[in-house]
Design a protein around this ligand. Structure first.
Ligand code: 5GP
Ligand code: ZN
Length: 114
């Protein structure tokens, strides 16, 4: 989709630090990390947000969760624990309208909202 920064990252029109890629999802480091590990996991198909997922697209949520666990294991944060966050809509804190999950870890995150 034109003017979508994450589509441009997926198409390698904008550089990013990729940590995982398969035919369905891409994962790359967040440009403004809030923890030692802060990775964004996105479907390669442009879906604006989790509430826009159409019938037949739900599999992306499984793909994203599977990728998150794999990345967490590879980056050494799986055992201690991590957080997987989706912000949905402007009021939910979403600023980039291409579905994405934040994988955050490498620190004691505690019982915070974010
Ligand atoms: P949201 O607020 O939509 O849940 O999260 C968007 C995230 O995308 C933010 O954490 C922000 O730092 C990240 N981000 C925005 N633009 C870029 C970019 O060009 N490259 C990368 N790697 N991350 C970005
Ligand atoms: Zn997009």
């Amino acid at each position: 989709m034109d003017n979508c920064i994450f589509c441009k990252i997926i198409n390698k029109e904008i550089p990013s630090t990729v940590v995982y890629e398969d035919d369905r999802v891409l994962a790359f480091k967040d440009i403004q990390p809030v923890a030692p590990v802060h990775v964004l996991i996105v479907p390669k198909k442009h879906i604006p947000s989790v509430k826009d997922i159409q019938p037949g697209e739900e599999g992306y949520l499984v793909d994203i969760h599977k990728a998150a666990v794999k990345i967490a294991q590879e980056l050494g944060i799986a055992e201690n624990g991590f957080r997987l966050i989706n912000n949905c809509g402007k009021g939910g804190g979403q600023t980039v309208f291409h579905l994405h999950y934040h994988l955050i870890g490498g620190a004691e995150l505690g019982a915070k909202l974010i």
